[in-house]
Write a protein that binds this ligand. Structure first.
Ligand SMILES: Nc1ncnc2c1ncn2[C@@H]1O[C@H](COP(=O)(O)OP(=O)(O)OP(=O)(O)O)[C@@H](O)[C@H]1O
Ligand SMILES: [Mg+2]
Length: 480
């Protein structure tokens, strides 16, 4: 593999194809045209020779050179005017092939002509010949024709023209071909360069941008350009880069939040250990107090780690998560039963309006339990005493719908879009309002609910009015 660039390769391919194609077509047509040109000149000369031979028959028969010939002109004048007419030389020979008269004064008279065209004429054929002419010192094309009447040869005429103009004409043809060829080649080179650039430049840009992204500049994008396919590649590349950047940003936020959430309880525990080491030795009450606080911090840490692990397992093992055909109604009844005591303890009422039978769905039982518990847990945490929590299910032909409604504090509209984000906690949760049981939340519950719903091909949405209550609706498709 030679290291040449894509652009150079494309260009070389286009140009060599053009040169081969154009070259062979021009050579062939040029050769044919010049050959025809030559044949045409030969035919012309032959025709002229016949015509002149015909025209001279009468004057030759009538008399000698110098006599008044047809139309009152001498033979000499006639020959000269014919020669002028064809732009060449006309020579008259007697039956013994001796030159008697020539339009060209350099040709000596009384010299016997023995060249091939003349001997051919004597034998009754017309044959052209090209050779160096010793009298005019140039190359000429010759042809000779007999002047005969009723089988009797009166003489011969030899006609010749210089070949230089014929060659000049042929050269002109070749030059024209060369000029057209060069123009076409230039256009081809320009067009090929353009096409090659159209392909190579965007590819080059994609490569550079990929390298930059690989080097950590995740914000780099390409401007999609070039032919359709390459432009689509550019757009797809941008989308991919966008997605990667988003994912990295999410991971970063997640790690930052997780570190932050883990740090504060750990600091709390360390501080209390230090206090106990210095002051707690003789103070049983203080020791008890700190131990109780530390236990709460540890259980918070435990919960946090459980959540993080659950989230990671839902997101990472989405595809391999074991799912079985599930009776969701039973799971929901069990969960509401189990949480009944907590609800009661919180001074709340749990109402259920659930179908005894739900169509079975392919789902993971543990995750479904986590999902429903989290929603009920939130309803408990964010509903003041005396409120009601309602659990409703319904099924349509293509999905199961689970609703958890409470009569709690509600969620302000500006917070609603964020409640499913990891580590997002509303004001009420952050203030750790003692009247509510919201303390200790990490803001991961709803993130987990959403991850589980999505891992089952479903979705979750929330509707809420401040001080009136909230409803969380989970849609789970029956068939994926
Ligand atoms: N039923 C609800 N009523 C009012 N606000 C709610 C309700 N459910 C959730 N929220 C709001 O949404 C936020 C996010 O809920 P999420 O369950 O993710 O976190 P959390 O309950 O604060 O903590 P965690 O569930 O991790 O213990 C909560 O902090 C709260 O502000
Ligand atoms: Mg929660």
């Amino acid at each position: 593999m030679s290291p040449r660039s894509l652009q150079t390769r494309l260009l070389l391919t286009f140009v060599s194809l053009a040169v081969i194609g154009l070259g062979s077509v021009s050579a062939l047509s040029g050769w044919r045209l010049t050959a025809e040109d030559f044949a045409h000149n030969e035919r012309d000369l032959e025709l002229h020779a016949r015509l002149i031979a015909d025209a001279l028959r009468e004057p030759l028969r009538q008399g000698d050179r110098g006599n008044v010939a047809s139309g009152g002109r001498t033979l000499d004048a006639l020959v000269t005017s014919y020669a002028q007419g064809i732009g060449g030389r006309v020579t008259l020979l007697d039956p013994q092939l001796n030159v008697t008269l020539s339009s060209d004064s350099t040709v000596p008279v009384q010299v016997q002509e023995t060249h091939s065209e003349v001997t051919a004429a004597r034998d009754g054929t017309l044959q052209s010949a090209i050779r160096w002419d010793e009298w005019s010192k140039q190359e000429r094309m010759f042809i000779a024709a007999p002047v005969a009447e009723r089988g009797q040869t009166l003489g011969f005429i030899q006609v010749s023209v210089p070949t230089a103009p014929i060659y000049a004409e042929m050269q002109q043809t070749w030059l024209t071909f060369l000029a057209i060829g060069s123009i076409v080649l230039l256009v081809t080179v320009a067009a090929s360069t353009w096409v090659a650039r159209q392909i190579a430049v965007p590819v080059q840009k994609l490569t550079t941008t990929s390298e930059q992204i690989a080097a950590g500049h995740l914000e780099k994008r390409v401007v999609p350009s070039g032919p359709n396919e390459i432009r689509r590649l550019g757009s797809a590349f941008n989308q991919m880069a966008e997605r990667v950047q988003e994912m990295v940003a999410q991971q970063r936020v997640f790690v930052d939040n997780a570190a932050h959430e883990l740090r504060s309880p750990l600091t709390g525990i360390r501080l209390r250990i230090e206090m106990l080491q210095t002051r707690g030795k003789n103070d049983a009450e203080l020791t008890q107090h700190y131990l109780g606080q530390m236990e709460r911090e540890v259980s918070y840490l435990q919960r946090l780690v459980d959540y993080l692990l659950a989230l990671a397992s839902v997101e990472n093992r989405e595809r391999v998560m074991p799912k079985t055909s599930l009776d969701l109604a039973r799971i929901l009844f069990e969960a509401s039963d189990e949480m009944g005591a907590v609800v009661h303890q919180a001074g709340l009422t749990l109402e259920t309006d659930m179908a005894e039978q739900l169509p079975s769905i392919e789902a993971n039982a543990d995750q479904m339990t986590i999902l429903i518990r989290n929603l009920i847990d939130n309803a408990i945490k964010y509903t003041p005493r005396g409120g009601t929590i309602t659990l409703t299910t319904s099924a349509s032909s293509d999905e199961i719908e689970i609703r958890v409604t409470d009569t709690g504090i509600g969620i302000p509209p500006e917070q609603l879009p964020h409640i499913f984000d990891r580590f997002y906690r509303g004001d009420a949760a952050r203030s750790r309002d003692p009247s509510l049981r919201s303390g200790g939340g990490a803001g991961l519950g709803l993130a987990l609910v959403r991850a589980i719903a999505e891992a089952h091909g479903g979705r979750v949405q929330a509707e809420s009015r401040v001080n009136a209550g909230s409803t969380f609706i989970v849609h789970l498709p029956l068939h994926k």
